[in-house]
Design a protein. Sequence first.
Length: 305
Amino acid sequence: MQLQTERVSCNSCGASGYQKVTSEVYELDGSQVSLGVVRCDRCKLVYTNPRLTQDSTFLVYKEDTNHTISSNYCWSGDHSQARFTPLIRRLQELSPTGKLLDVGCGSGDFLRAASQSGSWDSAGVEPVEIAAESARSASDAVVHACVLEKAPISPSSMDIVTMLGVLEHLHDPADTLSTVRQLLKPSGLLAIYVPNFNYLRIKDTGPLCFLRRRRWSDLHPQEHQFHFTINTLHALLQKNGFDVLRTDVGQPFAVGNTVVRNLKRGFHIGVQALWRQTGVHLGGLEVIARVSKQPAALPCHIPAA
Ligand SMILES: [Zn+2]
């Protein structure tokens, strides 16, 4: 299997100028590719460039799951369900009933929690068939095994769309956000969770990084095409027709044993307090936005350079 790479311009502003942040070599079954992480000169969006092509990325996902970090998060359990409780409460306050679509639902952890809340008529979209099947079993919801653009969903039919740990994986998030906007009702809600680039860089380059003997950086450029900060995520949402309602520190992934999970929980409480008291955000970025009454900016489709 030969992995292919491509060079791209900024997905948010279209500029082609950038500064290099880091690079790393990715290996899979004897194939080696050099991937870069760069920061846009104009809007400061951080993105993977050069990156794996869409076809090569799907090949990576379909290979042995040990090759992707995301696979480590695709497991179900009661502690995984509890992770979503705060977000579900926030969404219930804003939109207590209606139709919810979880885009990139994976094996259905959030979909199951949303269905069990009893608030919404929930459905999912997941392009990896084996994960889509798991999601159906876990939630009893309708799950379309395809990319969002091919899912049989009527325009202006959704009250809530969720994309949790998804936007950073997409090759053209601006285009997908445009599709999401069309599927949502006027004033519909979009909930997003993405990793926080600023926090991951501290983990990768800070004073304690020598204690972590990892093969790959926490940026995972083999599957994460974008590396958001609060500012660049808000800018991308606003540019594509959404008004940001609130930003929180996302709950940590419920991985590891009980001790590790409790340590993560304690760290999360501290990071939440830091965010609320000082505006410094060092956790996962959880944003709830609403479809703007203003028209979205002109679509910015950037071909491979
Ligand atoms: Zn840019």
